[in-house]
Design a protein around this ligand. Sequence first.
Ligand SMILES: Cc1cc2nc3c(=O)[nH]c(=O)nc-3n(C[C@H](O)[C@H](O)[C@H](O)COP(=O)(O)OP(=O)(O)OC[C@H]3O[C@@H](n4cnc5c(N)ncnc54)[C@H](O)[C@@H]3O)c2cc1C
Length: 130
Amino acid sequence: MAERTTCLVVGGGPAGMVLGLLMARAGVEVTVLEKHADFLRDFRGDTVHPSTLQLLDELGLAEEFARLPHTKLEQVVFPTGDGGTVTVGDFRRLPVPYPYIAMTPQWDLLDLLADAGRRERRSRCGCRPR
Ligand SMILES: Cc1cc2nc3c(=O)[nH]c(=O)nc-3n(C[C@H](O)[C@H](O)[C@H](O)COP(=O)(O)OP(=O)(O)OC[C@H]3O[C@@H](n4cnc5c(N)ncnc54)[C@H](O)[C@@H]3O)c2cc1C
């Protein structure tokens, strides 16, 4: 089946999916080509960092992300030999809107970005998401 597009992004990782979304929002007809059938392609971690959370907020996707199953990592604390603990990191002290690491699989984040991209497509041309 022949398909035409204006802009082709090769690779549906975080970079490709965000680029595709930004271009769609800018009104560019864009297709993101991912060689795997879904985002479960292989393990790519599960930490979503404060700067990414801020980016999602700026994209208007913070509430949607908050609905994904996730836990919040606010501190990194290790036990010491004497029964105490030592704190080696405390994200709560960061002067940012989301001072924690969200623990959620990368494929959930990619699904969220893909859904947001499909909504842009639907709103511009009346297409149904896949
Ligand atoms: C084991 C592991 C754990 C990690 N843990 C974390 C973590 O906890 N937190 C964190 O923030 N980062 C983590 N990272 C890093 C993070 O996964 C990468 O920084 C991020 O995935 C890079 O995004 P990207 O879009 O540039 O590339 P990629 O995620 O590599 O995406 C590239 C995509 O292109 C596709 N592709 C390649 N060639 C083609 C082709 N010819 N045609 C079509 N599609 C193609 C691939 O299938 C892939 O989906 C981890 C990485 C690894 C490997």
